[in-house]
Design a binder for this molecule. Sequence first.
Ligand code: SME
Length: 169
Amino acid sequence: MQNNAKIIAENKEMFYKMLLYRIESWVSAEKDVLANLCNIAALLYDNIDDINWAGFYLMKNGELVLGPFGGKAACTRIKIGKGVCGTTARDRITYVVPNVHEFEGHIACDSASNSEIVVPIIKDDVLYGVLDIDSPNFNRFDEVDKLYLEKLIEKLNKYIDWNEVAKIN
Ligand code: SME
């Protein structure tokens, strides 16, 4: 049985440390990559304050394809270089977008989204996808979110064989 208790912390750093701890306990105990990503998306969606979407896009045959997520149904395919997700995949750096309406080419899957953070998933120099989190608030994400969500991907890289869910070639 997974621990589904809401993560309550006194500050954002503590929140992310508890989140990462819980994720590591899950992914170290379960080998199935898809099952792990589904639970991580659900955990993020359920626990990060003021968000309306959290999930993965995975690289498949040269484009990003929708993976496990929490939130409203979203666009299934994003070309590299398009939208915040495709731009993150192209540039291989985290994008923190305070106002998505000012981001050239932003793809509005949910019209409620006003800010967004997208972290690339890179292991051994290979890009496997991105982690995307959207918020209805402007300016929702900062350097602390960036730092810990990048740490989250580093942590996943220790346990997850992304080739099981992405198709690089
Ligand atoms: N807004 C993203 C598209 C994905 S959805 O937000 C779930 C983008 O511009 O790439």
